[in-house]
Design a protein around this ligand. Sequence first.
Ligand SMILES: Cc1ncc(COP(=O)(O)O)c(C=O)c1O
Length: 384
Amino acid sequence: MPAAGLEMSSMKSQSLSYHETPAIGASQSEIDTPCVIVDLQAAEQNISTLLERFERYPSVSVRPHLKTAKSPHLAQIMLQRGAKGICVAKISEAEVFVQAGITDILITTEIAGALKVARLMQLANRCPELRVVIDNEAAVHAIEDAAEALKHKLKVLIDLNVGQNRTGVNTSEEAVALANTVARLAHLELIGVQGYEGHLQHLEAAEREAKCREAMSKLNGVANALREKGHTIQSVTTGGTGTAEICASCEGITEVQPGSFVFMDTSYSRATERAYQHALSVYATVISKPENNRVVVDAGTKSLSIDMGYAEIAGHLDWTYTPGGDEHGIIKAESGVINLVPGDRIELLPAHIDTTVALHDRYYVMRGAKLEAIWHIATRGKVQ
Ligand SMILES: Cc1ncc(COP(=O)(O)O)c(C=O)c1O
């Protein structure tokens, strides 16, 4: 038997014909590489596990972030199993999900600039449930003007910096000032606050929990400060895969936004408890064997992102993958030989799913050993 994650072409007797679009029911070896393979059973299990884990927090809803999964098919599975709505990072992503019939969407990134504001309002017109975050007076006025022109009312949440030092107002005073501005505008409705602690996701468990509780205390404090000034704050939204359960157990949090749990990647699974399984891998083919302990595969930085480190080789933690350029990857064994020859296939677990998936067009969706579907990675390239 070949080791887990490896398929030895030298062991196969039949020759294969090539189809650019493999037939449903095909096996993995009929899909050319590099390719993104989704283990649908594992992804579905991850979704169920997440939603079940949140049943013990009845006052907290789950609004998964689709920046990872990038697929209306997966969004629909999440919604059918109890997710409250979805998050996206960009307007162009939201457009794809609205087109697919999903309307309860939070855009978690600030919108600024005349083109984006116009695009936002066109979308809001088709999607009354749409909600966006704000952190800036000028952008708020621009959105109000566009909303007024369309006679449309838009739901907004104030984004708070809870330590990531990315977007968001910094203090209660700034939040109250922005909320007061919104209250004077006829077409914007303040419904909540967002504070995302992305900087904590991969910390060691005890430090992650302590720092997350501090961040949530700030978020809840700002929500309460706004309420004291007469603003209605229904939604207090936060949390990624590494923190969402800690967030849910903190006072005042009403919603969590995890995204990576659906597929998991090695940077997450190294850092966090292993509640979720790897449900996505990139398969590559050995194209050269210059040395007994070194082979070269057809997957480089155009197939596997490297922003969070390098991929792992499934079933072979004693081998390393390093990019050998855009189109090449180098697999090395520090000791011993690599028992692969050109033509053999290898399974790689990406270090960062979001940015790896963004490099590909298709998910090859397997159930067990059989291809169940091919899904276009619908929001791949949707960065505007
Ligand atoms: C605002 C926001 N919310 C939620 C998430 C999801 O986090 P994760 O992928 O860590 O689950 C992200 C990820 O970058 C994010 O930017």
